[in-house]
Design a protein around this ligand. Structure first.
Ligand SMILES: Nc1nc2c(ncn2[C@@H]2O[C@H](COP(=O)(O)OP(=O)(O)OP(=O)(O)O)[C@@H](O)[C@H]2O)c(=O)[nH]1
Ligand SMILES: C[S@@+](CC[C@H](N)C(=O)[O-])C[C@H]1O[C@@H](n2cnc3c(N)ncnc32)[C@H](O)[C@@H]1O
Ligand code: SF4
Ligand code: SF4
Length: 336
């Protein structure tokens, strides 16, 4: 790798996705298949709030990280979450703290999260139909999630994004109805291509729908134009003409957006992972931290990982779905 490329890789990665917990109160079929045995992280193995804040302050912020997304598992299950967010948002150098959630506990928490400084929220909503929602998430909680979305809207979360993983024969019939949510509300509905992580058997059984097909379907019905805004992430953003909100397409199966990858991931037990889709180059920050290693040492190992990231990014992208490596960690453990 040329030194120029190394500097580029280091400079452009400023977004850390933090999995706060690997447990979840839902069991989405694409993420945590029924019957699978999960090796949950023991409480004492999880980074504490104090350890997390110290890693941000001593390691990630000095290395140029500015954006932090809290995910899981279900991040709203994390103890002390509101205090953690308040502490994160008050750290000098933190520009943006956001969250991805299933929304089940949101109705009661939206206001305190917002007041703690969380301003951006992405909520998973795979269906508008209660029965299909139950089929996908394993829970009869559509109404409660919808109430959570409305509460987040009410409190002022902006942008408010809704995530839909499209599964053929399950919720693909609802694409137009879900897209229509963006017409009268300034919400951002994003269609995510189903990935073979979490439930590879379902993936092989159902397959996936590519974003181009969805755009054609939506375009034929409502019309579709490119939106003149970009997110922080991998979504390609479009809009139904005159709609208040937008439509995003996250196309990790049909496209490779690794060349604009700006992120790395920290698991609830402190493993730092350079790429969602492969397990190369991970480092165990928690053990180093608990052994009392100097912050300068921690920064040096993270810097080294950042230098390797651009080589790791493209690894495994060209393999077919059947020849993909089996992952040690599922999406609920990595945080998506
Ligand atoms: N392959 C790949 N997929 C990603 C990456 N980041 C997000 N995704 C996919 O996008 C989905 C939605 O991500 P979100 O957690 O909502 O976050 P985001 O869209 O990256 O966040 P913002 O753009 O900051 O709102 C994830 O579940 C993944 O399926 C990435 O770096 N690589
Ligand atoms: C792992 S979840 C964690 C946060 C929270 N529990 C939620 O569901 O929003 C983060 C995102 O990953 C997505 N996801 C999980 N498994 C996936 C898969 N196999 N393919 C594509 N996206 C997936 C979910 O839809 C969700 O938007
Ligand atoms: S996608 Fe989110 S809500 Fe669904 S099982 Fe995975 S972690 Fe839980
Ligand atoms: S697959 Fe890896 S390198 Fe590519 S965008 Fe996702 S996290 Fe980044």
């Amino acid at each position: 790798m040329s030194p120029k490329k190394q500097v580029q890789a280091q400079n452009s990665v400023d977004y850390l996705r933090i999995s706060l917990i690997d447990r979840c109160n839902f069991q989405c079929s694409y993420c945590m298949p029924i019957g699978a045995e999960f090796d949950y992280i023991q409480t004492q193995e999880m980074l504490t709030n104090a350890e997390l804040l110290s890693l941000l302050q001593e390691v990630f912020i000095p290395l140029g990280f500015k954006k932090f997304r809290l995910t899981g598992g279900e991040p709203l299950l994390r103890r002390g979450l509101v205090d953690l967010i308040a502490a994160m948002t008050s750290l000098s150098g933190v520009e943006d703290v956001s969250m991805t959630t299933n929304g089940y506990l949101l109705e009661g928490m939206a206001r305190s999260l917002y007041e703690a400084g969380l301003k951006r929220i992405n909520i998973s909503l795979d269906s508008l139909d209660r029965d299909i929602f139950r089929q996908v998430t394993g829970r009869d909680h559509w109404q409660k999630v919808w109430q959570g979305i409305l509460a987040a809207h009410e409190v002022g979360f902006d942008p408010l994004k809704l995530n839909v993983v499209v599964i053929p024969g399950v919720n693909d019939r609802e694409v137009l109805d879900l897209a229509a949510l963006s017409i009268d509300r300034a919400w951002h509905v994003r269609f995510i291509e189903f990935m073979p992580i979490g439930n590879t058997a379902l993936f092989e059984h159902k397959g996936w729908v590519d974003s181009a097909t969805l755009r054609e379907q939506i375009g034929d019905h409502f019309g579709l134009i490119a939106a003149n805004c970009r997110g922080n992430g991998p979504a390609d953003v479009f809009q139904i003409p005159n709609a208040k909100g937008t439509l995003g397409f996250i196309s990790q199966m049909s496209e490779c957006f690794c060349d604009r990858c700006n992120r790395i991931r920290l698991s609830a037990d402190g493993w730092l992972r350079p790429c969602l889709l492969n397990e190369s180059g991970q480092i165990d920050l928690k053990t180093a931290l608990r052994e009392g290693k100097d912050p300068a040492f921690l920064r040096a190992i993270v810097r080294e990982l950042l230098n390797l990231k651009s080589e790791i990014n493209f690894k495994d992208r060209d393999r077919g779905t059947s020849d993909r490596p089996s992952y040690q960690r599922t999406m609920s453990q990595i945080g998506g």
